[in-house]
Design a protein around this ligand. Structure first.
Ligand SMILES: [Zn+2]
Length: 316
């Protein structure tokens, strides 16, 4: 997709419910937007990339290639692969997720969408939540505070938080905060030449933070009250706890905590930009570019931290 058409995608995305109803009045409207988001212009054959494709078949969800005969579904190879729901329903859900500034609970989504079950609303929301965060995010840079906190998700779970002076945050649900875990977190989230301020916890050291300059601050309660060295982390954690209890009524399972942390960070890092269109276009962009994951796999995922076992070295 060209940059120009991607820009148009978010400009073109409705900002209000009446605008949404007008812009995406029919399944055809939504399908055209999906095709634009996925292919830029005309759909291409999934097997031979030919643009010579016939008209849409089977309720407009499938097209056949004029060159090789292969049939490509509009959703195959995307996060929406296998869905039986119309695009219009998905687009409406994307709009709700994007337009609620603090996010939306599964209960509210169920009511708005008229879903029969809470479980359906929850799995839809979870799928869209995983689409909020681009896997290859820029690491936090320059001055970064790092701290940890216990967050209630069933039982108390340990969360590492990093906060950049500019205001961006990253959060990771972790097993513990030993040197190896802190190193995984730093490698994935903090630029290799950053300056890192922490408390005196032993897991933050030259082995875990490597070449980053490190300023451990051991503070008494009185000193912290005067000037907290990791104030931004503490603010972030208290906002996070309020959000989990407020929007989500505290109903978080530990195995899904990371997805909520990602959604929180995504919204927090964009809190100053007004942009339903940008958020919605981002979600749809991720829906078309990310490989499929079944609802079952999403619900059953057991990995506690996205960085375990999949650490990519930070760019040098
Ligand atoms: Zn083909």
């Amino acid at each position: 997709m060209t940059q120009a058409s991607r820009d148009d995608l978010w400009r073109d995305f409705p900002k209000t419910a009446p605008e949404f109803e007008a812009r995406f009045a029919t399944e055809d409207d939504c399908r055209a937007y999906w095709i634009m988001a996925r292919w830029g212009d005309e759909p291409a054959c999934q097997r031979c990339q030919s643009k010579r494709v016939g008209r849409l078949m089977r309720n407009g969800t499938l097209f056949a290639c004029a060159d090789c005969g292969h049939q490509t579904s509009l959703t195959s190879g995307t996060l929406l692969e296998g869905t039986r729901k119309p695009f219009k329903t998905w687009f409406r859900a994307v709009f709700e997720v994007a337009s609620h500034r603090n996010g939306i609970s599964a209960k509210d989504l169920q009511r708005i969408m008229g879903f029969g079950s809470y479980e359906t609303a929850w799995t839809w929301l979870h799928k869209l939540r995983t689409a909020l965060v681009r896997p290859e995010r820029e690491p936090l840079a320059a001055d970064v505070q790092v701290d940890e906190a216990l967050v209630k998700a069933g039982v108390n779970e340990l969360v590492l938080v990093a906060s950049e002076a500019g205001g961006r945050v990253r959060l990771a649900h972790v097993e513990n905060n030993d040197t190896d875990t802190c190193k995984l977190f730093a490698t994935g989230q903090i630029a290799p030449d950053a300056h890192v301020v922490t408390d005196g916890h032993a897991g933050y050291n030259a082995k875990s933070l490597e070449k980053r300059t490190h300023e451990p601050k051991v503070q008494t309660k009185a000193e912290r009250a005067e000037s907290d060295a990791v104030q931004n982390c503490h603010w972030t954690i208290s906002l996070l706890k309020r959000w989990l209890l407020g929007t989500h009524a505290g109903a978080i399972r530990d195995k899904h905590l990371q997805a909520y942390l990602d959604e929180f960070a995504f919204r927090h890092n964009r809190r100053k930009t007004k942009g339903i269109g940008r958020i919605a276009a981002r979600v749809i962009e991720q829906l078309v570019t990310r490989p499929p994951r079944t609802m079952r796999a999403l619900v059953d995922q057991t990995r506690r931290c996205r960085w375990y076992g999949s650490v990519k070295p930070a760019p040098a």
